[in-house]
Write a protein that binds this ligand. Sequence first.
Ligand SMILES: Nc1nc2c(ncn2[C@@H]2O[C@H](COP(=O)(O)OP(=O)(O)OP(=O)(O)O)[C@@H](O)[C@H]2O)c(=O)[nH]1
Ligand SMILES: [Mg+2]
Length: 191
Amino acid sequence: MKISSAEFIKSAFEESHWVSGELPEVSFLGRSNVGKSSLLNSLLERKKLAKTSNTPGRTQAINFFLINDRFYFVDLPGYGFAKVPKKMREDWGKMAEDYLAKRKQLVLSIQLVDARHSPTALDRQLYAWLTFHRKNSLVVATKADKLSNNKLNKSLDDIRRQMPDCKVLPYSSVTGKGREEVWGQIINAVG
Ligand SMILES: Nc1nc2c(ncn2[C@@H]2O[C@H](COP(=O)(O)OP(=O)(O)OP(=O)(O)O)[C@@H](O)[C@H]2O)c(=O)[nH]1
Ligand SMILES: [Mg+2]
């Protein structure tokens, strides 16, 4: 995919702030610090478009990025970070679930899991929710650069077992491994 433009549009904290129009949207979901913003930057080959950080919970709003004036990337807040206050955690969860449940323009949800660890209970819960609601989804096993090929294959098998019938692709935002394959799925979805 040739990226001719990639532009941050806005941060939304409530539904009335979501972007208007009919363009298709691809969302990035996963627990805090798993690498959602890094994946988005890596796909676009823009180092700093979405803010990344070592501090989990960096992305606290729903962030909309307009790509090639044709579709949006939507960076959702991470879940499962225990250190934020309970009230804030509930707000984030509600914001993300509202978006996923209501958003008609959503054509693909990319759920990230960490290739180094088994999917967490929250990962499995989110996957079950997406499946139950018949959302078009793709699982991306990220930080693949940190594993040998042998370990990575074992991890992918484990993910397939724990997230039944998922489509899973390995990725590394450091090396760009998986870029073509993930773009293939995105292009399919945005039409
Ligand atoms: N080695 C390696 N590190 C990565 C990769 N992807 C992300 N990271 C690192 O993981 C940390 C978190 O990445 P982010 O992209 O900010 O994660 P996030 O999911 O957007 O986090 P929140 O916004 O807090 O939910 C950063 O230190 C990244 O540099 C990857 O593929 N390989
Ligand atoms: Mg982020």
